[in-house]
Design a protein around this ligand. Structure first.
Ligand SMILES: Cc1cc2nc3c(=O)[nH]c(=O)nc-3n(C[C@H](O)[C@H](O)[C@H](O)COP(=O)(O)OP(=O)(O)OC[C@H]3O[C@@H](n4cnc5c(N)ncnc54)[C@H](O)[C@@H]3O)c2cc1C
Length: 632
């Protein structure tokens, strides 16, 4: 192969998946000459698993990506088939948007936005080598010998790196959905000293709509009024499809139990570690043997296809077993399987090799994002891609890296968990992972992050002004409700009676009434003639801010405590080996992770509170470290 210099660029993004797309758009929009590489361009923004965006905690990530100026939310709003807010029965901290997405339309839309983006070139090609000069990133090379000299590289290779498809006793080298794998790069990364792990994930079969007896299935409708993912989406969105619900049963479980000996998961053919929170059906039948049935959602994959996704039946059992198990379920007795379920093993990295900026500690200019970092999920990937793209640009432009802390964003929780604790299996975001859930709601992602998105340069001035107007409207209405006194009039008592709420005998602040669980902002409208016309998103903010004020203030105080240690910076060059007060395990762990703050150090497993005290005393005595917020 003859090598030739193809181009000198700023940022090379290896991967056109959800991470690569966000990284490339961010770097290009921040003025970097960027090239995005994908083994095949038709794999760009592919949804190889569930044709949906969002879900519990994942919806939060999508909104945060949007609030910072990322793309996923806008493309999802444009290509959704159905949308619902999950967990409505619980508190606003766990309300989560989830949308069924037209898979092909999503890909087309995202790819087109990449192609239209200034400063960005989309290129089909497999990167087989990354080269350094004086230990820093210098260039990447394609399988055709094209050399791209680059100042920074973002690795977002997903499930393609040394990908292996496994179905029963059949396996072959391959990426998802029949795309080519990327088999060369892992060896190069190992030569550069990068530690590689082997993970696995799986997906269910796809079936033909005409072969399903829907009369036996429960229908699941979308929300009447759709809440968009993007704070920029202002046209009303509508559902065009429904989902359906069926269940496995004892016959299904028996087919699986009878064939466990043929499962690559249980025969040891699969070596990669799979996601605990997205288990295969065979795993569910074994681990939850007491359960009589498991929910199975039949989900549309697009407006112009008969393919349906069998959510909850991910598997790597042999094809004949898969058909047999599907046909035991109500409505699927005559089902036609269009695509067989499969497992895929792939290479990824131990994410503790990364700084909170997602740059490799040992290779300046090299960044990692997405499934490559050990996470699982489109949303987790896109969130990391956005941050890696921003920080690759800042690295080149000599600016501070942007790091979101755990009290500011789920993105902060995601990245901190990965780089501080690492993950022994594909990491999926969950609301339970966030300490400050009530502050990190999906509804206020813009209030938490749009200011920063504008400072970074990914949020336009026009959008920023709209955001400021919204914020001012919210504050004005909250203040108005604090000042508004309702008298014990007949009309007020009627409203309270209607809600089964305790009557009043003296005047009461509107805000105080709104804090009663049975009282909603909408309910007070008839007795509040001066109420301004507010957009639903503003009214929602007003209601939550007033109703949960006490809880929110308490959590804010907890977050302030957290930030004290988070902003207690540790100098880069600290020598833990000679910090004798520390226990051996702590010295080793601290030297490996090299935390940037005392807060991060306190989250490393094996570092005890006593070790943190030693560290704080040392920092005090050497006047080491500093009290700073928000920088790497
Ligand atoms: C079978 C399967 C099942 C899954 N199940 C789940 C699940 O149950 N739950 C869940 O949350 N997520 C699941 N996922 C994961 C989800 O698809 C990924 O999390 C998400 O797509 C990751 O996005 P990414 O950008 O990191 O990588 P990907 O979307 O995988 O994209 C990687 C990109 O990198 C490119 N690429 C790779 N190597 C090179 C190279 N050397 N040179 C050039 N281009 C390269 C590829 O062409 C592709 O464009 C599943 C994925 C698969 C494949």
């Amino acid at each position: 192969m003859v090598e030739y210099l193809a181009e000198q660029i700023d940022v090379a993004v290896i991967g056109g998946g959800h991470a690569g797309c966000e990284a490339a758009l961010a770097a290009a929009r921040l003025g970097c000459r960027t090239v995005l590489f994908s083994v095949q361009l038709d794999a760009i923004a592919n949804l190889p698993c569930n044709p949906s965006i969002g879900g519990t905690a994942k919806g939060h990530l999508v909104r945060e990506i949007d609030a910072l100026g990322g793309e996923m939310g806008k493309v999802a709003d444009k290509t959704l088939l159905q949308s619902r807010i999950l967990n409505r029965g619980k508190g606003p901290a766990v309300y989560s948007l989830r949308a069924q997405i037209d898979r092909k339309a999503y890909q087309r839309e995202m790819k087109h936005r990449l192609e239209l983006q200034e400063n960005l070139t989309v290129k089909q090609g497999e990167i087989i080598e990354i080269r350094l000069k004086e230990g820093k990133i210098a260039s990447v090379m394609t399988e055709l010998g094209a050399i791209y000299e680059a100042k920074a590289v973002v690795l977002a290779t997903g499930t393609f790196l040394a990908g292996r498809i496994i179905i029963g006793d059949y396996s072959r080298s391959g990426g998802p959905d029949g795309f080519f794998p990327a088999n060369e790069l892992s060896a190069c990364l190992k030569r550069l000293g990068v530690q590689i792990l082997r993970f696995k994930t799986g997906t269910p079969a796809r079936i033909n709509r005409r072969s399903v007896d829907f009369s036996q299935l429960e229908v699941q409708e979308g929300d009447e009024t759709i809440t968009p993912f993007s704070f920029e989406t202002d046209e009303p969105l509508k559902n065009t499809e429904v989902c359906h619900l069926t269940y496995t049963n004892e016959k299904t479980h028996q087919v699986i139990r009878d064939n466990l000996h043929r499962s690559p998961l249980y025969s040891g053919v699969i070596e990669g570690v799979g996601p605990r929170y997205c288990p295969s059906i065979e795993d569910k039948v074994v681990r939850f043997a007491e359960k009589e049935r498991h929910q199975v959602f039949i989900e549309p994959m697009g407006g112009d296809t008969e393919e349906l996704y069998v959510q909850g039946m991910s598997s790597s059992l042999p094809e004949d077993v898969q058909i047999k198990m599907l046909r035991t379920m109500a409505g699927l007795e005559k089902v036609e399987m269009m695509r067989t379920a499969y497992a895929i093993e792939y290479d990824c990295i131990d994410s503790t090799q990364l700084k909170p900026s997602l740059e490799f500690k040992e290779i300046p200019g090299l960044f990692g994002a997405g499934q490559f970092n050990g996470s699982s999920g489109y949303e987790e990937a896109a969130a990391q891609g956005l941050m890696a793209g921003i920080n690759a640009a800042h690295y080149i432009q000599g600016k501070e890296a942007v790091v979101l802390d755990r009290s500011t964003a789920y993105i902060g929780v995601l990245i901190d968990d990965l780089v501080t604790k690492g993950t022994p299996e594909p990491y999926r975001m969950m609301t339970a992972r966030a300490e400050y859930r009530l502050l990190l709601r999906q509804d206020n992602a813009d209030l938490r992050l749009t200011e920063l998105g504008h400072q970074i340069g990914l949020i336009s001035d026009a959008r920023y002004q709209t955001f400021l107007d919204k914020k001012a409207e919210i504050n004005r209405e909250v203040e108005r409700l604090e000042a508004l006194i309702f008298p014990p009039s007949e009309a007020v008592l009627a409203v309270l009676n209607q809600a089964g709420s305790t009557p009043i005998t003296t005047g009461i602040r509107a805000s105080e009434l709104l804090r009663r669980p049975e009282i909603s902002y909408a309910l007070l409208e008839p007795i509040d003639p001066d109420r301004p016309q507010l957009a639903p998103a503003v009214a929602e903010q007003v209601e939550i801010t007033v109703k949960y004020q006490g809880y929110i203030e308490r959590q804010m105080r907890q977050a302030e405590q957290f930030l004290k240690l988070e902003n207690r910076k540790i100098p880069d060059g600290i020598d833990y080996e000679h910090l004798h007060g520390l226990r051996l395990e702590a010295r080793q762990k601290l030297a490996k992770i090299r935390p940037r703050s005392v807060g991060q150090a306190s989250r490393i497993s094996g570092v005890s509170p006593a070790d943190i005290t030693v560290l704080l005393i040392y920092l005090k005595s050497t006047k080491g470290g500093s009290d700073h917020g928000q920088e790497a």
